[in-house]
Design a protein around this ligand. Structure first.
Ligand code: SF4
Ligand code: SF4
Length: 331
């Protein structure tokens, strides 16, 4: 138990009063680090494994306080036409543990996304919400991918489970099986994200990870994550005794074609589970990309029309899969 309380990990947010990620009212804990890099992700600040600068140029006064404070000379200010422009060397920032830049900034332009925390401190934060959870609610670990930090996830889940708190997790499936194994006894619900069953290069180039490493993902970067994801889904469906709900982000032009929906439905059927939550693409995370110095490419994808979502629901239903759309999910 002492060991459990000392385990530390990285998170980037805690949000209370959620009603979309499990039963009842819940507190969501967003883990840092993901082994995929889907361009529609609404939490791109969860993709990198460590804290990183979040910079909002509309608030910047270009006074250079952060430039002087950075011990690694990772920031520079230059001219872009008539305007000033501040640039980070994010490769250097990825190795930083000082974050003096954000401490020096007085204007609110610069913050650090993510922080390290112990299981016990995290538990102390979430337990404050207990009175709002009611009988059905609890915590949901999401991210990022919680199981890229398996010890931290396991110890937090156990800490909550031991306190009779309902526990749910959302996972992308792209981690070695051993990352799940120890946590399973402490999980009540799993949301398992599927993106596509198509392994062709065109599909992989969209959500396959440019930055996968064998350390984090368990397979080399040149291979497809799809077999690992599907193997994990099959095995969880078999060995996990709680409720398992698949999730599918509906990205028009990427995975909403009848063939992929049919393959997805048949795959779910083959696992013996029978629920899927489809999540229509939205662009609410777009602004966050500029904060971490990335471009948002997904504007080219249209938001799915209601009628198209209904067609997907009936396709799943015709194969005996209960399909819920977004926040309509009956938790
Ligand atoms: S995160 Fe670290 S390396 Fe990057 S600018 Fe801030 S202090 Fe410098
Ligand atoms: S310290 Fe803050 S306001 Fe000043 S240049 Fe840096 S980011 Fe901009």
């Amino acid at each position: 138990m002492v060991q459990t309380r000392l385990t530390r990990g990285y998170i980037f947010d805690i949000q209370g009063f959620s009603v979309h990620d499990g039963p009842g009212c819940r507190t969501l804990v967003f883990f840092k680090g993901c082994s995929l890099e889907c361009p529609w992700c609404s939490n791109p600040e969860g993709i990198s494994f460590f804290p990183e600068p979040l910079y909002r140029d509309s608030k910047c006064t270009f006074d250079g306080l952060c430039v002087n404070a950075c011990p690694h000379k990772a920031i520079s200010i230059s001219k872009n036409g008539e305007s000033d422009q501040l640039t980070f060397n994010r490769e250097i920032c990825a190795k930083c543990n000082a974050y003096d830049c954000a401490k020096a900034c007085c204007s609110g332009a610069l913050n650090i996304g993510g922080y390290e925390i112990s299981v016990e401190d995290l538990y102390a934060k979430v337990i404050r919400d207990r009175q709002y959870w009611g009988a059905a609610g609890g915590i949901t670990l999401t991210g990022g991918e919680p199981f890229t930090q398996p010890e931290f996830a396991c110890d937090m889940l156990k800490r909550c489970y031991d306190a009779y708190i309902h526990t749910a997790v959302e996972t992308c499936g792209n981690v070695p099986w051993k990352n799940y194994e120890k946590s399973l006894p402490y999980i009540d619900w799993i949301f398992f994200d599927l993106k596509t069953l198509d392994e062709s290069p065109g599909h992989l180039s969209i959500c396959a990870p440019s930055r996968l490493s064998a350390n984090q993902s368990g397979h080399p970067s040149s291979s497809s994550p799809v077999p690992l994801i599907l193997n994990n889904a099959r095995r969880l469906a078999r060995e996990f005794t709680g409720r398992m709900i698949f999730r599918l982000p509906v990205i028009p032009g990427f995975n909403d074609d009848a063939e992929n929906i049919d393959r997805t439905a048949r795959f779910i059927q083959s696992t013996g589970r029978n629920e899927i939550n489809i999540l229509p693409l939205h662009h609410l995370g777009r602004e966050k990309y500029s904060l971490i110095g990335k471009k948002y490419y997904t504007t080219d994808f249209k938001i799915p029309a209601k009628d198209d979502l209904k067609k997907i629901v009936s396709q799943f239903s015709s194969l005996g899969i209960n399909c819920y759309i977004g926040s309509d999910t009956p938790f």
